[in-house]
Every structure is written in C-alpha cells, then in structure tokens.
Design a binder for this molecule. Sequence first.
Ligand SMILES: C[S@@+](CC[C@H](N)C(=O)[O-])C[C@H]1O[C@@H](n2cnc3c(N)ncnc32)[C@H](O)[C@@H]1O
Length: 213
Amino acid sequence: MRLRRKPNAQQMVQEHPRVVNNPQTYKGKWHSHLFKRDRPLYLELGTGKGQFLSQACLEQPSVNWIGVERIEEVLLQALQKADDTECENLRFLWMDVKLLSEVFAPGEVDRIYLHFSDPWPKTRHTKRRLTYSSFLQQYRKVLKENGEVLLKTDNEGLFDFSLEQLEQAGYRLIESTRDLYHSPYLSGNIATEYETKFTSRGMPIYYLKAQPL
Ligand SMILES: C[S@@+](CC[C@H](N)C(=O)[O-])C[C@H]1O[C@@H](n2cnc3c(N)ncnc32)[C@H](O)[C@@H]1O
C-alpha cells in the first residue's frame, strides 16, 4: 500500500478515542470493561483504510467490532471513515497481529476476518503471511468454540497456501470458492477497499470460511 508519511500520525492515532491504547489491559474484559455490552466480538486483521468496518458496524450493530492495523497513516484513514459513521460498536488497535494472544483471552473472539492480507510471495517471507501456521495457532487460542476465520483475497497463491496451512493446523473448511462473485456466498458480502479495486477490474475473489476443530 503506497502512502505518504505523516509526521504527527502516531500522536493522532494514540489520542483518537476509538483507538484502544494498552489493549493488554482489556484481555478477558473486552465486553465488560470496554464495550460494556455482551455481544459477539469480531476482528478484522490488517484493516487498511477501513472501508469494510465502517460499513459492517452499521449493518451489524449487535456485534462488537475491532480493527487491527500496524501502519499509523493507514489507520488514521480508517479512523476518519469510522467517525463518519458514529458507530459506537467499533474500536481499533494500532498493533501487529502477532501480539493477538497477548490482547485477547482464550475463547474471547467469535470471528476473525482476513481481508486481502499481504501475500508475501517470496519464500523467505512465508512466516509473515497472516495464514502462516504460527498465526493460525494464535487464532485458535483466542477463538471461541465454533469460532470462525473468514478470508478473502485476489491472490491465488495466498489462497492455496492458506488452504494448506488451515488443513495442517486442524481447521475444518466450511465454505470455499475461487469466485465469490459467482457463488452462493456473495449474499450479505461487504466489499473492502482492495476488493472494490479488484472487482472493478473483473478479477475473481477467492473466499473461504474455516473453523478450528
Ligand atoms: C493489502 S492491505 C488490505 C487492506 C484491507 N483489509 C482491504 O481489504 O482493503 C493489508 C493491510 O494489512 C496490514 N497488515 C499486514 N500485516 C499486518 C500485521 N502483521 N499486523 C497488523 N497489520 C498488518 C497492512 O499494513 C495493510 O494495511
């Protein structure tokens, strides 16, 4: 993602009321101490500029939504979109996904969305892919029983890699298609920013839903 560095972006992110600083302090208490409502907790990991979440929080107000993004300039754009919605059920974490299990207690999360995650095509970067086995183990830890991982990508290589890793990590595939827009799974779909770009070029979107066994 190309972006212009903004000198005061870190401070703006830290001071924004939707950003949860020191998220470790809410581990096991996201419902009781932060959202103050016991609703399903859904995470989008690698949220980017926030198009998905700013729509999802409106369409599904009975969910507690959290976006995780590590680049502050990108997160700032997601925060601006979120503020346009006035959703009270949407927060953001400025952090790396690899810290997930330090921030959420076992069984605290209902659903994890991975949308157009960076494919990291070089073999030496395999471990950075958000569906690499070490990430899948963390997701398993924080997900509830019957919790779900949902993935969308334009990248066939990342999709095939994710299918392999999910199987090896003991996840059950519930839904899968290599062309979401010509599949029964499109109903209720909310497009992300990358998705809008790729579908406008006529590219197929790969999609799956999986559950840890
Ligand atoms: C290709 S963009 C996709 C953005 C958005 N999900 C969409 O579909 O439009 C991937 C985003 O994930 C973020 N990201 C990648 N690895 C991450 C990590 N380990 N922790 C947090 N964010 C990450 C990147 O900074 C980037 O903003």
